[in-house]
Design a protein around this ligand. Structure first.
Ligand code: GAR
Length: 209
């Protein structure tokens, strides 16, 4: 059974969606960089071990990442799932988990890397928006996209309504992708190649709202 660690910084609604999905893998621990994060309560309610590693206690990004890496090794983790983890990771850390670390981003990548994605979509006037699940590479929000949740932007949407609507899609798409990995339906081959049901995945699988 695949051992999964989830990394979060805040509320953890996607962490909750992963718990609720009853995955074929086991969530063996939650790492959080903020002691006040609500995600920690969610973990306790489900008897999932937690580890708080506060970034401000480390003089460098590399030392913070090394502490997380050690915890992941201690839990004997197979898959690292970033779910609203708001820290940039060092290339060294990312490379150690290449092909074994997923991220969820609130935009249709490659559009809108970085922060404030909902505001930026509204500002540009895009008709489509959503979320992307991708493997993590050293370059921010640039790894191979596996799946996307897509929605149509309404004329009445605000950054808050878009955030809520994207969250709904995220809660659907992220557990699905993690389950594909747990059941080996999805396989990482190399930085440019993914197989889905034993065939190369040429474009992200799309879920529509
Ligand atoms: C999610 O919308 C996720 O896409 C975003 O943080 C939110 C976490 O919500 N992630 C990023 O912006 C990563 N760059 P949650 O804590 O309720 O799961």
């Amino acid at each position: 059974m695949m051992k999964i660690a989830v990394l979060v910084s805040g509320n953890g609604s996607n962490f909750q969606a992963l718990i609720d999905a009853n995955l074929s893998g086991q969530i063996v621990g939650l790492i959080c960089n903020k002691a006040s994060a609500y995600a920690l309560q969610r973990a306790k309610q489900h008897n999932i071990p937690t580890c708080v590693i506060e970034h401000q206690n480390f003089p460098t990004r590399e030392l913070f990442d090394a502490a997380m890496h050690q915890q992941l090794l201690d839990w004997d983790v197979d898959l690292v799932v970033l779910a609203g983890f708001m820290r940039i990771l060092s290339a060294h850390f990312v490379n150690q988990w290449q092909g074994r670390m997923l991220n969820l981003h609130p935009s249709l990548l490659p559009a809108y890397k970085g922060v404030h994605t909902h505001q930026r979509v509204l500002h540009t006037g895009d008709r489509l928006h959503g979320c992307t699940v991708h493997f993590v590479t050293a370059e921010l929000d640039a790894g191979l996209a596996i799946a996307q949740g897509v929605l149509e932007v309404n004329c009445k949407d605000t950054p808050t309504t878009l955030q809520n609507r994207v969250h709904e899609l995220e809660h659907l798409v992220y557990p699905e992708v993690v389950e594909w990995l747990c059941t080996k339906k999805l396989q990482y081959v190399d930085a440019n190649t993914l197989n889905f049901r034993n065939k190369p995945l040429t474009k992200p699988i799309r879920f529509c709202q």
